[in-house]
Design a protein around this ligand. Sequence first.
Ligand SMILES: [Cu+2]
Length: 489
Amino acid sequence: MVPGAALMEPPDLNTATPKELTVQLTAVQKEVMISGKKVLAETYNGSLVGPTLHVVPGQRVTLKLANHLGTSTNLHYHGMHLSPKGSADNIDLSVKPGQIQTYHLDIPANQEPGTYWYHDHEMCDGNDRSMPGMTMSPAPANVRCNGTESQIGAGLSGTIIVGDSRETLPPAYRGITARTLALKDTQISSSSSIVYPDGVLEPASPTVRLVNGQYQPTLTMKAGETQLWRIANEGYAIAYDLQLDGATFTVVNQDGIPAAAPTRAKHLLMPPGRRFDVLVTAGATGSTWLRTLAHKTGPDPFNGAGDEYPDTPLMKVNVQQGSGNGGPAATAGRPGMTTSPQIAGPLPGSHPDLSKEPIARSRSIVLNDDGGNNFWINGKLFDHTKPTFAEPATLGTVEEWTLTNKAHQNHPFHLHVAPFQVLSVNGVAQPRADYMDGVSVPHAVNGKPGKVVIRMRFTDFTGKWFFHCHITGHEDTGMMGYLNVIAAR
Ligand SMILES: [Cu+2]
């Protein structure tokens, strides 16, 4: 593949955001070009990175999903505060080949501006390959189901941008250039396919890391210019540990939630599903790289205890002469990138601190695996028909959950419907700003499990609130559950 082409934005699904919006995503196999190489993928509207959906709070979105695949599929609106029932963010819906499913998405008035994403969440109930202990059978195409891992891995994910997070920033930054950087990786088979079963998906195998579907593209900035980058890990399994050589990121929003206390970070750890809106500032003319650092998700990647990813350059940044598009000019020091701005918080829309709230209930979620292909929550495989907890949660209450990881690899935990606040990781109190919808629960060390304590408020939406590991192969094979949320009596 040929590196170096100018970075392109993913296509837009819509550019205007009227009060009532109707859009269509067509899931279809298509040959796409990845930096000069023709590859068979599963796409939305023919694009390896699905087209970006722009929405605003208070809007009613009618989204038609047309399934032109040979397998069933559906959609999840990751991070969005939507009802898990009916024709909203309901992952119990399954769209068979040839069917069109109409989703009705009422974007809440209080949905925070930021970066979200959509992806296939087909759970393959009674599937022939998803659940351990079942044997593969040559099911006819109209009932075949390939699971979330293979569908996201083949391309079925895209970005949702709510409002414009630049408007939560001080006035000097509201006119700066914004970029979307969708991170995905592909494992291309010898027959130039990333579609299951031809495309081999194995998180431990060598993979090609792409930005907006491009291999090592080049982004150009002006000396001293500050930009907002909306970075989303839209991959099926792989974590990124992002670094912009010579620079810092100013994190102003994570997982769609404006920062209570914007901070500068030298690197961004991004398990699958995570999003960051960050400010970056170009220095003097020259060039540098956005890379993912070497990263291990367990102590012994070659013996079933985690995966190991090498240091990999993702995108070149060229800094050219000229004046930037808005934003206070930085003192152009070293070539390439430089220290990003300091922004005072809290930003409008940041979430309240739950650490002192009275707790209605505490719950324990234990993640475990056997180092092979069995993945459990509280000792059980996912069951469509049984909630993980007999006791439901009640709207209006705050709960505290302790996430325990007994396994020898990190498991990134994701909760549907609403984000949570992270209180502590392995006993270390976390900064006030840490509200998110996914958190990596660290692996056990010397028999001592990893532990993350989170709190969430059930503000609205009764129904099934799903949670699962976002290494989608783990989710597909059982590491998933749900909680019933009921109205106050
Ligand atoms: Cu996992």
